[in-house]
Design a binder for this molecule. Sequence first.
Ligand code: ATP
Ligand code: MG
Length: 201
Amino acid sequence: MSRQIGIMGGTFDPIHEGHLITAEAVRSGLGLDTVLFIPAAVPPHKRHQQVASAQDRYIMTQLAVCSNPHFIASDIELRRKGASYTVDTIRELRAYYGAGTEFYFFIGADAINDLDTWHRVDELLQLCRFVTATRQGTELDVTRLHERFGDAGCQRIHRIDTPQLEISSTDIRHRVHEGKSIRYLVPQAVREYIEKEGLYL
Ligand code: ATP
Ligand code: MG
């Protein structure tokens, strides 16, 4: 049987329980062996939205995932200079893991409706499957996806029920800045790292 790997990409500034709970729901729902957490290098024009350094975001991701034997933090996009297109990351992963590996790329329900605008999206849909969570307030634009990708393409876009958590990195950064508690919103080791390094103050 071929290996099945989930991919959770994000800025992870910082990684939080919403990411972890969603990833675990996707992993167990689809029966995946592994989920790779891939912090993104942030393009220069988005630097103002990013607060912690790539290294801090990667370390926090490692701290968050290390207790789950199915989770792995990957610095594949950080080792490449500049921002990466998902299609290039998946190509590199396929070369590494072998063509028999099936990849499931997680994408939030807010982002999936814009999938048709992604770089080399047709090639990307050949290289990996997509998984999206049913997230409150966002409806999947089935008509738009169908018009663009047809039946065959849509069969490679999966939906999975996940617990809905209104947790975001933006809110966590604001909370730290305002001196509020982030306990239980992020794993304890991540909270301790944020405190020790004085991030988001
Ligand atoms: P920010 O507030 O800085 O945008 P974020 O919380 O949205 O951060 P990202 O690193 O941008 O986190 O998200 C990475 C991926 O995780 C995206 O696909 C996003 O849709 C998803 N995601 C983020 N928060 C949640 C959540 N609470 N539940 C489910 N998925 C989430
Ligand atoms: Mg976001």
